[in-house]
Ligand binder design. Structure first.
Ligand code: MG
Length: 227
């Protein structure tokens, strides 16, 4: 029944947290901002998450996320806010050069490649996402990568998935499954358009009561039990 697998990238196949820290620290050095302490990095991550959630809810634009998060962070710690735009551009480039696989990610994708057609379905910028996918060699396995910046819509919007169905060439919902770590973008999006969902939950956090998932896995190798 299932023919097409849609993979979330950040936090699912790739460890976004480590890549993010590396990319920001590289920017801090380039911009002469000094060492980035763990406390400040944690604060940035909180601010960043807040902006992405607002984007998922459709409250702000993508550009407001990319620059707004750094503006708020810079203001909080008195870094030069005039350098926000340039900093973000370099950050995207550095992010594109940095990838760290999550445990068993490559094995899972390789395993599925025998029987399924796989795609990336990711919220992010083209520079960063394409860079990571190429670096990790995933672009050679995936038939196509769906990147929200290029589509003009984010997961969990209906429009994002509608674009995917058009490009894949099938609107049969029972032929699709999405695998991702985010309840608010991957699972909510999958539920919205009526395709099967796999929630990757490595930290074993509690599932919100109002959300149903078809499958929950804590280790990516468990896709072998599903597909
Ligand atoms: Mg994710």
């Amino acid at each position: 029944m299932i023919k097409y697998v849609l993979w979330d990238i950040d936090g699912t196949l790739l460890n976004f947290s480590l890549a993010e820290a590396k990319a920001i620290r590289a920017c801090f050095e380039e911009f002469g901002f000094g060492d980035l302490t763990d406390d400040r990095l944690d604060e940035y991550k909180k601010i960043n998450m807040k902006y992405w959630k607002a984007l998922e809810r459709g409250e702000i634009s993508r550009q407001e996320v990319l620059e707004g998060r750094f503006r708020e962070f810079f203001e909080k710690y008195s870094y030069d806010t005039r350098r926000v735009a340039a900093f973000n551009i370099r950050y995207q480039e550095n992010l594109g050069k940095t990838y760290v696989f999550n445990k068993n990610a490559y094995e899972a994708v390789r395993y599925l490649s025998k029987n399924y057609i796989q795609f990336a379905a990711t919220n992010g910028s083209a520079v960063a996402q394409n860079g990571k996918l190429e670096g990790a060699g995933l672009d050679k396995i995936f038939k196509e990568s769906f990147i929200s910046e290029l589509i003009g819509y984010e997961k969990p919007s209906y429009e994002f998935f509608s674009y995917v169905f058009d490009r894949v060439g099938s609107t049969k919902k029972d032929e699709y499954i999405i695998i991702g770590d985010s309840i608010t973008s991957d699972i909510a999006g999958g539920l919205r358009v009526g395709i099967k969902t796999v929630w990757f939950n490595p930290e074993k956090i509690d599932k919100p009561d109002d959300i149903t998932v078809d499958y929950e896995i804590n280790n990516l190798i468990e896709v072998k039990n599903i597909l």
